[in-house]
Design a protein around this ligand. Structure first.
Ligand code: ADP
Ligand code: MG
Length: 240
């Protein structure tokens, strides 16, 4: 028997809420929302953790501009603090090298990361998820009983059709859904609000397509001041 799932429960004992930032497709803003939300909450004085589980395309460290940080070993790994956020990612170990992993190896790496990381007490652990409903999504649902999902999507039908499939699966599995964020809105009207209502899922709000975001990547002070950061900030209180 693998004892690690039991260890994971213990490791997450003092974490009040565990939120997966997820969405059907790549490139829709999951990592940006996860990382900037963690930053906003940390600056509000909340105790926040950020775990990057997108092993194929880790991005949270780039968005937050991580410098040379390493976990500290102490009967497990204490995540380094980055901008006040307890941060854990495979890149802390692999650096710039790619980490191509197959299904069972993905699951093993997730179990291992969750089993070794000493998060301590947190108000919220935010998980930056890979796209879709693959191994990682199924694993976190299996391993973390209290998991909640925050769904990011763009208004494109290409993205929303995939999102609906993911939401249907999450509902079927009985996973709590915090709500939908519409990212990269163009114009002033929401495309997703009505759909969220018809799916009976809270609609958290819109983030505009923000030409200023790219310039702020890697710079936390700038990130919170972008349109992206300010619009996400206005939704943050609704999460509690
Ligand atoms: N609202 C937005 N406006 C402009 N660019 C955005 C916005 N949201 C995300 N991006 C950009 O889109 C790209 C993909 O975002 P990312 O957060 O990595 O997506 P995902 O994690 O879903 O793959 C990044 O270059 C990011 O800076
Ligand atoms: Mg990502």
């Amino acid at each position: 028997m693998d004892p690690r799932p039991l260890i994971i429960d213990k490791r997450l004992e003092a974490v009040k809420r565990i939120v997966a930032v997820s969405g059907g497709k790549g490139g829709i803003g999951k990592s940006s929302v996860a990382a900037v939300l963690a930053l906003i909450l940390a600056r509000e004085g909340r105790r926040v953790g950020l775990l990057d589980l997108d092993f194929a395309g880790p991005s949270a460290h780039v968005i937050l501009g991580a410098k040379q940080v390493m976990p500290v070993e102490e009967k497990g790994l204490i995540p380094p603090l980055m901008e006040g956020i307890s941060f854990m990612s495979l890149v802390l170990f692999s650096g710039n090298r790619p980490t191509p992993l197959r299904g069972t190896d993905v699951s093993n790496a997730i179990v291992e990361l969750l089993a070794v990381t000493i998060w301590g007490s947190l108000d919220m652990l935010i998980i930056d998820m890979p796209p879709g409903i693959g191994d990682a999504t199924l694993d976190v649902i299996r391993l973390i009983k209290r998991m909640e999902f925050l769904t990011v999507t763009t208004p494109s039908r290409v993205a929303t059709e995939v999102m609906k499939k993911e939401l249907a699966m999450l509902k079927e599995l009985g996973v709590p859904l915090i709500g939908i964020i519409e990212n990269m809105r163009i114009g002033k009207h929401s495309v997703l609000e009505r759909q969220a209502i018809s799916l009976d899922i809270p609609f958290l709000g819109c983030i505009d397509l923000d030409p200023g975001l790219e310039d702020a990547i890697g710079n936390p002070d700038k990130l919170v001041e972008t349109t992206f950061g300010r619009q996400l900030n206005s939704m943050a209180d609704g999460l509690w």
